[in-house]
Design a protein around this ligand. Structure first.
Ligand code: SRM
Ligand code: SF4
Length: 576
């Protein structure tokens, strides 16, 4: 183990793009003005990510356009920065309107508690960002090699401690924002800084981080934010109704590549306990350690999890303590019991109510018989509280007064959306990433396949009498892990069209990764393979034992470790 910064291999080309970008400006402004193409250059495409913007193309149209010798159907995806997933009804209405007028009409809630616009044409990006700005919303650092959207438990008004945790998550998000004025110049037509005060990035430096960096805050017993999947995590420790401080976690991350054993999902380690006033100082020390030691030569090995895996957690802790001038106290006890969002009506400590609304794959759109977008617009028009986006792509309509409760209930009922209780717990817990047609990395369907996948598994669960049992199922179109599939009791990870790697055996509370059960199956094969296991689970489980725990105990080998996801295990046990 070496304590020297990363070795002298050639830097990844992205490092050069960042270094030469004049703090994230590049030639984005010139590229935007070029109407001869709907795209932007490769280099600018890397830089716009730091502004929350991705160049994509409609993959459903790719083949036909290629045959016709035409340019791809270029479109942009814009991701909003929204710490803790909180928006006001006024902001909701602005986002709804912008989606309707200048993007694809749907709004997409993400697994990190924010909105994505899809289908934005190049000429509409600036009006979109300007429209958001008027509603005090931005997309700075929503993507790119920086600290991204910070997650926090989504129902703060339930207790003063939750409110404090939310406030700290928001404060850390602001603290760790890039300081460059580039976003304001390019998108909001602010004056160029050139000739004025020299700009600098005191925390990030001119080349920012080696890779994306994600922070989450959790309040036990709920692990709704999947804290062990975050590069940096703060587990709130509540003592006698007060926030005593946080256990700090580092080095979580899920992305991997099929067939590349050097890439793997990893759960974060707990470093120790800090008091609440130390959050930003510790956060900064973690971030700058990764800035200096993360691998800038290989983007598949550049996340904090690999820095820690290579150099050891003990080394990392010493480095963070040295840089912050602080010492971690021993971690305090905590226990997570669930990852599930509360659904339906719940009364909060402050006397208000919130309604947990299930939104399949986080996709808010109107479909015949299911006018979700219209209903939420009507609610936003009269709602005096706020909306909270959850880490499971759902929505809490929060801060509802007793007087408004019946009005909101009426709107949901009028549109046929008040049926949370009739849905299977599998469905209520399911996540899927976007995948096709917009995601350039998708190898298989995910969001568009989820309804069919659920129906097939629900049939088996109904037969086994497990409709009301909470089982987590998560699907992604590739191994990058955007719906956190390696933390699901049933994970389906796309490999090729209608081919998925099947993972089972994670704990329901997000504290143990699942393991590979079958490397490549169709959805029907996955259902067939799991059917005997589901039926056995229904009769053989111990009292209170979750499906993942049962698979881990009975179906998968007992000696497997967290990092075994790259290896095929016990395929035969499933069919027993
Ligand atoms: Fe993700 C890349 C969508 C959460 C790991 N992710 C992408 C891109 C931008 C594809 C691309 O690079 O071209 C996807 C855009 C699809 C589209 O059309 O919208 C995409 N990721 C998403 C979202 C929208 C999934 C969703 O359906 O909700 C989530 C947006 C989160 C947000 O609001 O910021 C999303 N992505 C995640 C998560 C989950 C999390 O953070 O809790 C992960 C796994 C955790 C992690 O980071 O380790 C995740 N996304 C990745 C990776 C793999 C990173 C790695 O370390 O290997 C990529 C690819 C990459 O970075 O090269 C990726
Ligand atoms: Fe795209 Fe893969 Fe992420 Fe799904 S998991 S959104 S397919 S990058």
């Amino acid at each position: 183990m070496s304590s020297e910064p990363a070795a002298a291999k050639p830097l990844n080309p992205n490092e050069g793009i960042k270094a030469e970008s004049h703090l994230l400006r590049g030639t984005i402004a010139q590229d935007l003005a070029d109407t001869s193409t709907g795209a932007i250059s490769e280099a600018n495409g890397q830089l716009t990510k730091f502004h929350g913007l991705y160049l994509q193309d409609d993959r459903d149209k790719r083949l036909a356009l290629k045959k016709a010798g035409k340019e791809k159907a270029f479109i942009f995806m814009l991701r909003v920065r929204l710490p803790g997933g909180k928006v006001t009804p006024q902001q909701w209405l602005v986002l709804d309107d912008l989606a309707e007028k200048i993007a694809s009409p749907s709004l997409r809630l993400t697994t990190r508690q924010t909105f994505q616009f899809h289908g934005v044409l190049k000429g509409n990006v600036k009006p979109l960002i300007q429209g958001m700005h008027k509603a005090l919303l931005d997309s700075i650092a929503a993507c790119g090699d920086v600290n991204r959207n910070v997650m926090a438990p989504p129902n703060p008004e339930r207790s003063p401690v939750l409110q404090q945790v939310y406030d700290q998550a928001k404060a850390w998000s602001e603290y760790a924002l890039p300081k460059t004025h580039a976003y304001h110049e390019i998108w909001l037509d602010d004056e160029m800084v050139a000739g004025g005060e020299p700009e600098s990035e005191p925390m990030y430096g001119a080349t920012y981080l080696p890779r994306k960096f994600k922070t989450g805050f959790a309040l036990p017993p709920s692990n709704d934010v999947d804290i062990f999947a975050q590069d940096l995590g703060f587990i709130a420790i509540e003592e006698k109704g007060k926030l005593a401080g946080y256990n700090v976690t580092v080095g979580g991350g899920l992305g991997m590549s099929h067939g590349n054993d050097e890439t793997f999902p990893r759960l974060a380690d707990v470093l120790g306990f800090i008091t609440p006033d130390k959050v930003n100082a510790i956060g900064e020390a973690v971030l700058v350690t990764q800035r200096d030691y993360g691998d800038r030569t290989n983007r598949k090995h550049a996340r904090l999890k690999y820095t820690i895996e290579d150099r050891g957690i003990a080394w990392f802790k010493v480095e963070v303590e040295k840089r912050s001038g602080l010492t971690f106290a021993p971690a305090r006890p905590f226990s997570f019991t669930t990852i599930e969002d509360p659904h339906g009506w719940h009364k909060c400590a402050d006397g208000t109510w919130f309604y947990g609304l299930h939104i399949l794959s986080g996709r808010i759109k109107d479909i015949p018989g299911w006018p979700m977008k219209t209903a939420l617009r009507e609610i936003a028009q009269i709602h005096t509280g706020d909306f909270r986006l959850t880490p499971s792509q759902n929505l809490s309509i929060s801060g509802v007064t007793a007087a408004q409760k019946s009005i909101i209930e009426g709107i949901l009922a009028k549109h046929g959306l008040a049926g949370e209780n009739n849905q299977s717990r599998l469905r209520l817990n399911a996540l899927s990433c976007v995948a096709l047609p917009t995601c350039g990395l998708a190898l298989a369907e995910s969001e568009r396949a989820l309804p069919e996948i659920l129906e097939k598994f629900e049939t088996v669960l109904d037969e086994a009498g497990l409709r009301d049992d909470a089982i987590s199922l998560r699907v992604t179109g590739c191994p990058n892990g955007c719906a956190r599939p390696y933390l699901a009791e049933i994970g389906l990870v796309g490999r090729a069209p209608n081919k998925y790697a099947l993972y089972i055996g994670a704990s329901y509370n997000g504290t143990r990764l699942n393991r590979l059960a079958s490397p490549s199956v169709t959805i029907d094969e996955a259902v067939k393979l799991l059917t005997p296991t589901i039926k056995r689970y229904a009769v053989e489980r111990k009292p209170g034992e979750g499906f993942g725990d049962y698979c881990d105990r009975v179906i998968l080998p007992a000696d497997a470790t967290f990092h075994s996801v790259g290896t095929v295990k016990q395929e035969t046990a499933l069919t027993k």
